[in-house]
Write a protein that binds this ligand. Structure first.
Ligand code: ASP
Length: 324
């Protein structure tokens, strides 16, 4: 008994010392999608903004892509709970549990929640030579091409997969899903005319829309966006697809068991990073909105994810899609 007590006191002291020094070595931020895509972009901008509040820290991005973010998330769930391996993930944290029959981790119990970073609208876009120039024309084109339409996504469980499911259900047409390991290769193939349609975050699509490298049909928010490059796009909900609304959020996670003082340090650093004018400017130019509510707190973040799981699970069940 006394031995046990001594051991736990020693462990507590070790962790305490750890937390005080944190960070004293390189932090790996796992991005569960390919480099150059929207999650990767948010991660790299955030890593830059975290430098000031975590002086001396080197934050290295590791892209562990595949299976709609579940491979990267599983890697972090199994990592040492010391604050040196973190995960950034999006809405997939709330859709993966419904979309996969078996997941190699439990979203609600295998992670510490560190805070939500931002909300990002999505856009419905098409290959540059698609004959349709607006949503009405796209719906007509879809009707004429049933059975022949390829819909790209970033893997089962990704945001683009979810948006694609909503889109197919809204237009009552099944399309052939073309899964990638991230939205960067998906949009590259869309621009290269290999696939027809993609729904993806504005953090990935804004510059391609602006450069007219893709056709843009609408945004997935309730109200039109104010970002200069996107403000002329109508909402999908107001242009023939009622209730078509989805917003992608990103949050940070650590393996379960990461010491509370380390979690508090990271959370405080995130809060500072979210006020960084350069970070705000970059995010806003790409249509993202910086989180500013109780979701930045670990408890608020967890509650929000639980609410999102409850929101999306019946929608996904009704769509009847599963992956193994
Ligand atoms: N935006 C992608 C998705 O569809 C993932 C990514 O590459 O960041 O979820």
């Amino acid at each position: 008994m006394t031995r046990l007590l001594t051991l736990s006191l020693a462990l507590a002291a070790a962790f305490g010392a750890h937390a005080q020094d944190y960070p004293s070595k390189q932090i790996t931020l796992v991005v569960p999608f390919t480099a150059g895509g929207p999650t990767d972009r948010v991660a790299r901008d955030l890593a830059e903004a975290l430098r000031k509040p975590l002086p001396g820290a080197t934050i290295v991005i590791e892209n562990v892509a595949g299976a709609g973010s579940s491979i990267g998330a599983a890697k972090v769930a199994r990592a040492a709970p010391d604050g040196y391996t973190l995960l950034i993930n999006h809405i997939g944290m709330s859709t993966l549990p419904s979309l996969y029959r078996t997941l190699p981790f439990k979203v609600e119990t295998d992670f510490e929640y560190l805070g939500i970073v931002n909300d990002v609208p999505m856009t419905l876009i098409g290959r540059p030579d698609l004959p349709a120039n607006n949503l009405k024309e796209l719906l007509g084109w879809i009707n004429q091409n049933k059975g022949k339409i390829n819909l790209a996504n970033a893997g089962v469980g990704s945001a683009s997969h979810l948006c694609g499911l909503l889109f197919q259900s809204a237009v009552k047409t099944e399309m052939t899903p073309v899964p990638y390991k991230g939205a960067a290769p998906a949009i590259a193939d869309l621009m290269g005319r290999q696939v027809d349609v993609l729904c993806d975050q504005t953090t990935n699509t804004t510059s391609q829309i602006e450069a007219k490298k893709v056709k843009a049909y609408g945004v997935t928010t309730k109200a039109p966006l104010t970002t200069p490059a996107l403000k002329s796009l109508p909402t999908l909900a107001s242009s023939g697809l009622p209730n078509f609304e989805v917003t992608v959020w990103h949050g940070l996670y650590a393996p379960k068991g990461t010491p509370a003082p380390v979690i508090a340090k990271i959370n405080s650093a995130i809060k500072t990073a979210l006020k960084d004018p350069e970070f705000i400017k970059r995010q806003e130019a790409l249509g993202a909105v910086i989180a500013s509510d109780q979701r930045i707190e670990p408890a608020g973040h967890k509650q929000f994810v639980q609410a999102e799981i409850a929101k999306w699970s019946p929608i996904i069940k009704a769509a009847g899609v599963y992956a193994d």
